[in-house]
Design a binder for this molecule. Structure first.
Ligand code: GRF
Length: 220
C-alpha cells in the first residue's frame, strides 16, 4: 500500500539556506515529504530563486502591501491553505505572527531558532551569547505557540564557542547545525515518531524529556 504524502509548506524571508537543506534532503531521499510550496514575505528573498531552481511553486505575500498585520496573516493563511500542508515550516521567516494565525496552525507549524532555547529568545543571539561568555551555543527546532520562541522543543544541536570567536564565525557554525536539525526534525514528525498533543511534544508515546532531546542530538 502506498503511504499518503506528507505535505510541507516552507515560509522564508531571506537567504533560504535552511530551505536548501530541506530541498537537498528530499532530493537525497532522506526526507520522505512532498515540498508543495515556498512562500516569502519579501519579493527579493534569495530563497525564491532556490525554490525556482528546484521547480517548487513559489509565492510572495508582500508584507508591505498589508499595513494591518491581521490582513497580512489572512492573505498568508489563504496562500498556505491552498496547499493543504501537514506541516508549515518557518525557515528564517522574520515576521511576528498574530495569535489567530498561530492557533490556526497549532501543532502543525515549526520554527528553527539560532540558540539553545529557552536561552536567547529573540534577535542577535550570537552576539548576546558571546557577550555573556557562554561556552556552548546552538540551535533549536520547536513547535510554534503564541509566545515568541517559546514553543515545545523537538530537536536541538550544540556548537562549542571558541575563544576569540566572532559573531560571524559563530553564526556560520550555528547555521551548519540548523541545516542538520531542521530536516531531522521534519523527518521525526513526518514519520510519526514525534507528535504534538495537549500542548506537549511526544516522542513515541512519552512526553519529550531533556534526556530524550540529548539522545536525539547525539544521533545527528
Ligand atoms: C536562521 O539563522 C534561522 O535560525 C533564523 O533565521 C535564519 C535564516 O537563515 N530564524 P536562512 O534564510 O535559512 O539562510
Amino acid at each position: 500500500m502506498q503511504h499518503a504524502e506528507f505535505n510541507l509548506v516552507v515560509l522564508i524571508s531571506g537567504n533560504g539556506s535552511n530551505l536548501q537543506a530541506i530541498i537537498d534532503a528530499i532530493q537525497a531521499q532522506t526526507l520522505p515529504v512532498s515540498l508543495r510550496a515556498v512562500i516569502s514575505d519579501r519579493p527579493g528573498a534569495f530563497g525564491l530563486a532556490r525554490a525556482a531552481e528546484a521547480r517548487i511553486p513559489a509565492h510572495v505575500v508582500d508584507y508591505r502591501q498589508f499595513p494591518q498585520r491581521e490582513d497580512f496573516d489572512k492573505a498568508l493563511m489563504q496562500q498556505i491553505d491552498a496547499y493543504s500542508p501537514d506541516l508549515v515550516v518557518l525557515a528564517g521567516f522574520m515576521r511576528i505572527l498574530t495569535t489567530d494565525f498561530v492557533e490556526h496552525y497549532l501543532g502543525k507549524m515549526i520554527n528553527v531558532h539560532p540558540s539553545l532555547l529557552p536561552k536567547y529568545q529573540g534577535l542577535n543571539t550570537h552576539q548576546r551569547v558571546l557577550d555573556a561568555g557562554e561556552q556552548i551555543h546552538g540551535a533549536s527546532v520547536h513547535y510554534v505557540t503564541p509566545e515568541l520562541d517559546s514553543g515545545p522543543l523537538i530537536l536541538q544541536g550544540e556548537v562549542p564557542v571558541f575563544p576569540d570567536e566572532s559573531a560571524k564565525s559563530l553564526q556560520q557554525r550555528v547555521h551548519a547545525i540548523e541545516h542538520k536539525i531542521l530536516p531531522a526534525a521534519i523527518r521525526l514528525i513526518a514519520t510519526g515518531q514525534v507528535t504534538f498533543r495537549k500542548h506537549r511534544v511526544y516522542y513515541g508515546d512519552k512526553p519529550m524529556e531533556k534526556f530524550q532531546l540529548d539522545a536525539l542530538a547525539k544521533q545527528l
